[in-house]
Design a protein around this ligand. Structure first.
Ligand SMILES: Cc1cc2nc3c(=O)[nH]c(=O)nc-3n(C[C@H](O)[C@H](O)[C@H](O)COP(=O)(O)O)c2cc1C
Length: 298
């Protein structure tokens, strides 16, 4: 039905192959136009994430006649080392190599590149989103950032083709709930809300709020608030529950990311008159750091 040109495999050591092509933009254009001259079916150029800006090579592919862009291929990485033989895995008769990392860990990278290309007016080609997709939510996130089709590799290897049916079912339920009849109505829907941080309204502020009825008392919020937040939680030992000191909360919401129970911690916008104490300056003082040191130095 179509051809996808893999300009992005990180395993190719040969010049002019795999992700070496994806990093030499004139070759992308040349290879794409050569293929386009030979076939009448659509041609997709598959991009490497092992670069900083994907819009530029994608535009070269467009100049070569590509009908669509797919992204991402695997991210160059080293996943494990055999600690007995000191050999990076996969161990190929005593040698390892920098190789392609895939699966959920690379989804944020894939979403970023798809959104960059989705926003690029000069490119304006259909996008196929790839990278860490396992569920209908992953698929939808790619669609919302500009992908009109999606592809799955590692998810299928791991869980089998059944996950495709699950994705269709989940996405269908979501669309029915939201009264959306066509997937194409969702393509790029999140892009207008994706801005650089200088566009944020920093005059608005808020804090975390806790629905403790569902709390399991694990204490992870308390620990993380002391490690990386504003020291805005006390701990009620008797009931094993966090106690929010509202005016010390930095609204970083890091507590909500570590909480294992959904919907306990949410964000509450506060009125413009609301003042928080300067928790960072106050609590990150040397005195406090010494107080919370786990071990006393000799
Ligand atoms: C075992 C394996 C083999 C792959 N082979 C190819 C390939 O032959 N051509 C290609 O363009 N991409 C290949 N890829 C990359 C995937 O198509 C995909 O771009 C990447 O793995 C990210 O998606 P995923 O997280 O769903 O796996 C391969 C990936 C894996 C894990």
């Amino acid at each position: 039905d179509m051809l996808e040109l893999n300009f992005s495999c990180p395993h190719m050591a040969v010049e002019g192959a795999g992700h070496h092509v994806g990093q030499a933009f004139d070759l992308i254009e040349k290879f794409t136009s050569t293929v386009k001259q030979c076939v009448s079916i659509p041609v997709i150029a598959k991009m490497t994430p092992n670069i900083t800006d994907m819009t530029e090579p994608a535009i070269y592919a467009k100049q070569g006649g590509a009908d669509a862009i797919s992204a991402i291929n695997t991210v160059s990485g080293i996943s494990q080392i055999d600690l007995d033989g000191f050999i990076p895995k996969p161990n190929v008769f005593g040698l390892g190599s920098v190789s392609g990392t895939s699966g959920p860990a690379i989804k944020p990278i894939g979403l970023r590149f798809i959104s960059d290309m989705g926003k690029c007016e000069e490119l304006s080609l259909p996008l196929s989103g790839i990278g860490g997709i396992e569920t209908w939510i992953d698929a939808l996130e790619y669609i919302l950032l500009g992908a009109s089709t999606i592809q799955v590799t590692t998810g299928i290897i791991h869980y089998g083709y059944g996950i495709v049916e699950d994705m269709i079912e989940g996405l269908t339920d979501f669309m029915n709930e939201k009264n959306i009849s066509k997937v194409k109505d969702l393509v790029g829907k999140a892009l207008p809300n994706l801005k650089t941080t200088d566009k944020f309204d920093l005059k608005r502020q808020g804090r975390a709020q806790y629905d403790l009825a569902k709390c399991v008392g694990c204490g992870q919020c308390y620990t993380v608030c002391r490690d990386a937040g504003g020291f805005a939680l006390d701990w009620d030992d008797k009931n094993r529950r966090p106690v929010l000191i509202e005016d010390k909360c930095l609204s970083c919401m890091i507590c909500s990311f570590v909480c294992p129970v959904p919907d306990i911690i949410s964000y509450k916008e506060m009125p413009g008159t609301w003042k928080r104490k300067d928790a960072c300056v106050m609590d990150r003082s040397l005195e406090t750091q010494i107080k919370y040191q786990p071990f006393k130095s000799s």
